[in-house]
Write a protein that binds this ligand. Structure first.
Ligand SMILES: [Zn+2]
Length: 242
């Protein structure tokens, strides 16, 4: 039987054993890469081994081994996701709230000034915080999206608040927008940018220069928000998962 091309597929990831913790690297072929390199994936903080089309995985591994100190430093420096547990402070739309547990309370978590009071059994605290943040996201991001759509002269057909692993929002061709509830614990300017980005897709279903011009009419915070997401996006995606 002929051997199919993809029998020689690269492994999706490789691990670097050595002293200390094992480090897993994601492997990615890049048609325009001229040399082997390493970079951090802003979506989840993973370190990616980038290979030119003709480089072997072994050569990539040898390069990664020579850069082990850089890789460990990079992983150690990445902001850590916060746990949704008593004592954790969250920046809820830019205002600090501390999670406190009151076992005697019933019903959903409630914000009381600088506290987010969560009742019930301790094992459900993280879930109750998530439920609270999701409801907050609908309450705060819904009107923001509607306002930006109106500024663009478009109508939003529906808004969904979602929990996806890798994205902050999306916009379907039928004008339904999805936004991550995690945006309510990002700085307000970051949420403003992501909402502007998805709403701008109502006008342009691409990332063309025309699209970016529309984004910039809907938010003044594009560059700042993109930089924040590159530095903190991974931690934000991991918040409350522990
Ligand atoms: Zn986009």
């Amino acid at each position: 039987m002929p051997v199919a091309m993809n029998d020689h597929r690269d492994p999706g990831q490789v691990s670097l054993a050595g002293e200390g913790e094992e480090v897993v690297l994601r492997v990615k072929r890049h048609p325009r890469a001229r040399r082997i390199s390493l970079r951090a994936d802003p979506r989840d903080g993973a370190v990616v081994l980038v290979l030119p089309m003709r480089a072997s995985v072994d050569a990539g591994l040898a390069f990664a081994r020579s850069q082990a100190a850089w890789i460990r430093a990079r992983l150690a420096a990445a902001p850590r996701p916060v746990a949704f547990a008593p004592g954790t402070r969250l920046a809820l739309e830019g205002e600090e709230v501390e999670i406190v547990h009151d076992a005697a309370r019933r019903g959903p978590a409630r914000r009381e000034g600088g506290l987010l009071v969560v009742g019930g059994k301790p094992e459900f605290i993280a879930r109750r915080v998530r439920d609270f943040l999701r409801a907050e996201a609908g309450r705060r991001l819904g009107p923001l999206a509607a306002e930006k759509a109106a500024a663009l002269g478009r109508t939003l057909r529906a808004l969904r608040i979602t929990d996806t692993r890798s994205r902050w929002g999306s916009c379907a061709r039928d004008a339904r927008i999805s936004l991550s509830w995690r945006l309510v614990i990002a700085p307000p300017r970051v949420a403003d940018y992501v909402v502007a980005h998805e709403v701008a897709h109502l006008a342009h279903h691409d990332h063309s220069p025309a699209f970016w011009r529309v984004v910039d009419t809907l938010t003044a915070h594009r560059a700042e928000a993109q930089a924040w997401l590159r530095a903190n996006g991974a931690a934000l995606l991991g918040a409350g998962r522990a």
